[in-house]
Design a binder for this molecule. Structure first.
Ligand code: SF4
Ligand code: SF4
Length: 606
């Protein structure tokens, strides 16, 4: 056996390969993205055959993995916590119908949250969905859980959830590697209509069987809370923790030289929680401190009269359980002194679109053309269009088009003039959840402009392929699904494509689109803003640079810095003029139109 220093997500990916997972499907999203990327990178080490895919969304990833499991193979669906909302429909039904080959749903939670639209606790989702969930505390533990989790899934024919959190996903640890064994199974689907096509008549029976399985799983010896016994100096007290909170607690106790002074339990499987464990805590301890991210899933199930945790208010109800937060809860519980100087977090510079980003040019034109417009947008790096005041709402994947239609309908029913509604949605998000919303907008005659920001990649998560590029996971060539015919097929009659760098033309098309939405026989207008992401070196290389410089006409008004916000531009405080950082400028020239004094001109040094 060898060891390797691996990031948590890489460790999980390697765990899938070692366990003989033959179908892995995901939609990218921080903090889960690198799990499937690891499987792609390590496919040469895998048992052949292995199918890996970046699916169009999480529901589809789940259903692909589920069908593979029906054939008896081991499969995994990978997503972030809000992705589970998208996959909720098949996820909930699978709890009843079950699986055949081992199936893991790996859902990376984002306490904090760092890069998600909300905090969510997949363990709570599993409790509601009645699906077993495992809560690793470290990269090594997450990897070590993968194979036994498949085994658990196969033993009970149930989907099992592995739920790492951001700190587990993105921290590094020395991890033990073993030879990928893999079942290398051949597909063998045996129809079982009473189960796989279960109509309502079958569901009470399946629900009953599910409840019986959960009772057994709760008592599975390998998944019981692990206990480190204290020396009796804190009699009647117990610490209960799971996930990264457990790892942080272990470090904190060591730092305070309190290791082994109080009984400490690590909960590996927060649901279903062993009833004997609940009894033990109730009968043997007067006070229990429960430390878990994000919701009080364990604390709630313990129903212990002396429980201190999120429910009791002893632990914050939101945010990560960082060591300083844990210290306060532990100090109160054990009667230690509270730390005096709690660190005040300094705010960093606000995030901004990259220098030369085509989205910036698109947003600038949208705001300039429709200063009083309503601008629903969506999830992606382009959310930063809010800095240019061209993003008014961001809700969840694909919501922008439906919200745009909703805004239109609300204004339309008042009978007066309707504002221009310009929706912005990325290409990946369009495929993910935008298409049904577009069809609905057309059918309901919503008079909105939809700008599809097509930068030919899923930029925010690191550049995963999108369906219109003709590239599948790992670079395999595949059929490209062009956006324009899809939009036409959705019933849209106004559809144009334009590089947003060509601002005059882009703005002209925006005005035409607006005319179409307001015409008696008009409807939804779609404009595809097409320019590759500058994070792609090939795009940068292919792009003609038109270097800019600031002339002495600069008034120092700051518009280029404050309104346009290209990170390559800043204000020279001494001279009170703008300046260009030649190392950061991509020479896109889109800032030229912003300057009221025409002081930004081509001809700088790049
Ligand atoms: S370059 Fe133009 S926009 Fe920028 S500060 Fe000078 S005058 Fe204002
Ligand atoms: S040309 Fe202007 S907008 Fe483009 S990268 Fe350079 S400074 Fe930024």
């Amino acid at each position: 056996m060898t060891t390797e220093l691996l990031m948590g997500n890489d460790a999980i990916g390697r765990g899938l390969i070692e366990a003989g997972c033959q179908v892995a499907a995901a939609y990218p999203g921080t903090p889960s993205t690198e799990i499937l990327q690891s499987v792609i990178n390590r496919r040469d080490e895998a048992v052949d055959p292995l199918h890996v895919e970046w699916s169009v969304n999480e529901k589809i990833a789940f259903e692909v993995a589920l069908a593979a499991s029906y054939t008896g193979k081991r499969s995994a669906a990978v997503m972030k916590q809000v992705g589970l909302n998208v996959a909720a429909d098949p996820f909930m039904r699978t709890a009843y119908l079950g699986v055949k080959g081992g199936m893991l749903t790996i859902v990376a939670d984002d306490p904090g949250p760092h890069s998600s639209q909300n905090e969510q606790d997949t363990r709570l989702f599993c409790l509601q969905g009645r699906v077993p969930v495992l809560d690793p505390s470290s990269p090594a533990e997450a990897k070590a859980m993968v194979e036994p989790a498949f085994a658990l899934s196969e033993k009970y024919e149930m989907n099992v959830v592995l739920r790492p959190t951001t700190r587990v996903c993105h921290s590094r640890q020395s991890v033990a590697l073993t030879t990928p064994l893999g079942p290398d199974r051949k597909s063998e689907f045996v129809p079982d209509t009473g189960r796989f096509c279960a109509t309502p008549a079958f569901l009470p029976g399946l629900h009953k069987a599910l409840n019986a399985k959960l009772e057994q799983i709760a008592k599975e010896p390998d998944w019981q809370p692990k206990m480190v016994e204290g020396d009796g100096s804190n009699k009647g007290l117990a610490l209960v923790a799971s996930g990264i909170a457990y790892a942080n607690l272990v470090d904190l106790l060591a730092e305070l030289e309190l290791t082994g002074t109080v009984d400490l339990y690590q909960v590996l499987m927060p649901y279903p929680l062993n009833p004997d464990f609940i009894d033990t805590l109730q009968n043997s301890y007067t006070k229990v401190l429960v430390l878990e991210e994000t919701y009080p899933v364990i604390e709630m199930q313990l129903a212990h009269p002396g429980a201190a945790g999120k429910l009791s208010g002893a632990v914050p109800k939101e945010g990560e359980l960082t060591p300083d937060v844990l210290y306060t809860a532990l100090a109160d519980f054990l009667g230690l002194e509270r730390q005096q100087n709690e660190a005040v977090q300094a705010r960093g510079q606000r995030p901004s679109l990259c220098p030369g980003c085509p989205h910036r040019a698109a947003f600038y034109s949208i705001k300039k053309t429709f200063p009083d417009g309503i601008f629903p947008s969506d999830i992606g790096c382009y959310t930063l269009g809010m800095n240019l005041e061209a993003v008014h709402t961001v809700h969840c994947m694909g919501a922008c088009i439906s919200q745009g239609a909703g805004f239109y309908q609300a204004y339309r029913q008042d009978g007066g003039a309707t504002p221009t509604v310009v929706v912005t949605i990325g290409d990946s998000t369009f495929f993910h959840a935008g298409i049904p919303a577009l069809i609905n907008a057309v059918v309901q005659d919503a008079r909105i402009i939809v700008v599809i920001l097509d930068n030919a990649t899923t930029a925010m998560t690191g550049g995963q392929p999108v369906p219109h590029m003709g590239i599948a996971a790992g670079g395999r060539k595949t059929k490209a699904i062009a956006i324009m015919p899809l939009v036409k097929a959705a019933g849209v009659e106004f559809i144009e494509s334009c590089d947003p760098y060509h601002q005059a033309r882009f703005e002209e098309l925006l005005r035409k689109a607006d005319e179409h939405t307001r015409h008696e026989n008009g409807g939804v207008a779609v404009l595809i803003a097409k320019h590759g992401c500058l994070m792609d070196p090939a795009v940068r290389k292919a792009q003609e640079a038109a270097p800019v410089q600031i002339t002495e006409d600069c008034l120092g008004c700051g518009q280029c810095v404050e309104i346009f916000e290209c990170p390559a531009l800043s204000m020279d405080k001494e001279n009170e003029t703008a300046r260009v950082d030649g190392d950061r400028c991509h020479g896109c020239g889109t800032c030229i139109a912003v300057c009221p004094a025409q002081a930004i001109v081509e001809g700088g040094m790049i």
